[in-house]
Design a protein around this ligand. Structure first.
Ligand code: HEM
Length: 348
């Protein structure tokens, strides 16, 4: 045994001291509150997506004539295929819901402020990447909704001023939805987006590690002694409990509401109601109540504001110190998004 240990230490040297230092990072005590540590949830969901996604690739065929059949095979014939597919679906939804909550926590505790501006911006990029995962994944099923979501989605992208036509053609791989579109969406979903997301998550975590997680401070807290607890094992144990709970929730949801399969894609029949996934509902409703150009420019302006928010907020603070204008703009924005979301749920 000692021989193997020595051989390993020689052939794969690990700096034990550095490893202990890295894993024993002190974490502020308020991270024991789940809402403060919500960033961990999208991280496990991402791991679940990678594992179940690899399993799905074993059977999925990215061919416009066979894609739907292969998803039908996964759903009805392959052993536990329905479960893996359902977990992949539910996990993507929970990932996006947790991401939105994580963003709200960061926004309303104003922890995007100096020195964390850059990390907020990487966060917005991550959010966009995750939304793109949702859109491309939905399309791969190649059922009616997938086809028409691709049609509408690429049409909307096409309305971008100046470069819209180029973007739409690039997404479709030509002027029509077809094999080229499926190949591109597949490549995005299983290769490019995972690589970009892993890179962005790596940078995000690196910046969190170097800045440290922000302190939760109330008036008078300056004098209090800073309480911390170690990342390993304390925080990791808490996170493992969260992982176990989420895994149970995922399986229960998949058993009760397994992923469905609609009719196969048919370019000649437009469905009565085209519906994207719930997280696109607010944008979809906005598009319905405006014209295409305003419909496309609105979300772009929203994204630009979100991306540069730390600087916009700093500008407001300088002009109107102590008025917390940024906070109230955030509340108003949330209200508007929720109104559009509900409107799309109840309306046609
Ligand atoms: C896959 C996506 C993401 C993952 C895995 C992730 C993960 C994390 C983790 C583990 C933390 C440590 C504290 C906590 O758990 O809340 C954190 C903090 C942070 N996240 Fe994220 N995050 C993601 C997306 C985002 C998004 C979309 C934003 C904002 C647009 C964002 C902005 C931030 C900021 C500014 C911090 C530092 C906050 C502080 O120190 O209090 N993150 N993130």
């Amino acid at each position: 045994m000692a021989g193997i240990k020595n051989w390993l230490a020689e052939s794969f040297p690990i700096d034990q001291e550095a490893l202990i230092k890295l894993t024993a990072e002190p974490i502020p005590n308020h991270l024991k509150r789940w809402w403060w540590a919500l960033g961990g949830t999208p991280l496990y969901m991402f791991v679940v997506q990678i594992i179940t996604g690899i399993m799905l690739i074993f059977y999925y065929v990215p061919d416009a004539d066979k894609a739907y059949e292969s998803v039908a095979y996964i759903t009805y014939t392959a052993k536990f295929g329905w479960l893996i597919r359902s977990i992949h679906r539910w996990s993507s939804n929970i990932m996006i819901a947790a991401l939105i909550l994580h963003m709200m926590r960061v926004f309303f505790t104003q922890t995007y402020r100096k020195p964390r501006e850059m990390n907020w911006m990487f966060g917005v990029v991550l959010f966009l990447l995750v939304l793109m995962f949702g859109f491309t994944g939905y399309s791969l099923v190649y059922e009616q909704m997938s086809y028409w979501a691709m049609k509408v989605g690429t049409g909307i992208a096409g309305a971008t001023p100046f470069i819209g036509g180029w973007i739409a053609d690039f997404m479709r791989g030509g002027s029509e939805i077809g094999q080229n579109t499926l190949t591109r969406f597949y490549l995005f979903h299983v290769v490019l987006l995972p690589i970009l997301t892993m890179l962005a998550v790596g940078i995000h975590l690196y910046l969190i590690r170097t800045h440290g997680v922000s302190e939760l401070k109330f008036k008078g807290d300056e004098k209090k002694e800073k309480k911390t607890f170690p990342l390993f094992p304390d925080h990791v144990y808490t996170e493992l409990i969260m992982v176990s709970i989420i895994m149970v929730v995922l399986v229960v949801l998949s058993l009760l509401f397994p992923a469905q399969l609609g009719d196969p894609a048919n370019p000649n029949v437009t469905p009565l109601h085209i519906k994207p996934e719930w997280y696109f509902y607010p944008v979809f409703r906005w598009l319905k109540i405006t014209n295409l150009t305003v419909g496309v420019l609105g979300p772009m302006v929203f994204l630009a504001i979100l991306f540069f928010w730390p600087f916009i907020d700093r500008f407001f603070e300088k002009k109107l110190p102590g008025k917390e204008l940024g906070f109230w703009i955030g509340i108003l924005g949330m209200l508007l998004i929720n109104v559009f979301l509900l409107w799309e749920i109840v309306g046609h």
